[in-house]
Write a protein that binds this ligand. Sequence first.
Ligand SMILES: [Zn+2]
Length: 140
Amino acid sequence: MTEDCIFCAIVAGRAPAHRVFEDERVLIFMDLFPAHAGHTLIIPKQHATDLFEVGAEDLAAVVAQSKPLAAALERVFDCDGIAVIQLNRAAAGQTVFHYHMHLIPRNAGEPFGVHGKRQAPAERLAEQAARLREVFEPAG
Ligand SMILES: [Zn+2]
């Protein structure tokens, strides 16, 4: 854990997040600046800056939970598709330097983005996280 990392602060409960799922290795929560309704992040609890640093078991755990999360997103948001996006280092567009995988519901014909410009209202994110928790069936 690093002291100035916002995702480590979320893992530790020192910063708020709308949690969908967690186990000993990973945490899934709603992106505060959604590119689309249902935009979620999967992170390893153990701090790693990016793909170059993340441990193989943590990476496997993140990938494993992406599949049931995609299914839950499709059920809750009735989307046409799911973008899975993972950015490494500033040159690639990474903005939080703790490894994370984006899952972003997509609908046909909508403009594409990864980082939303406006923070979503907390009550909306809380409601979406609750709906996802109801249908999420974790891998493993
Ligand atoms: Zn961190």
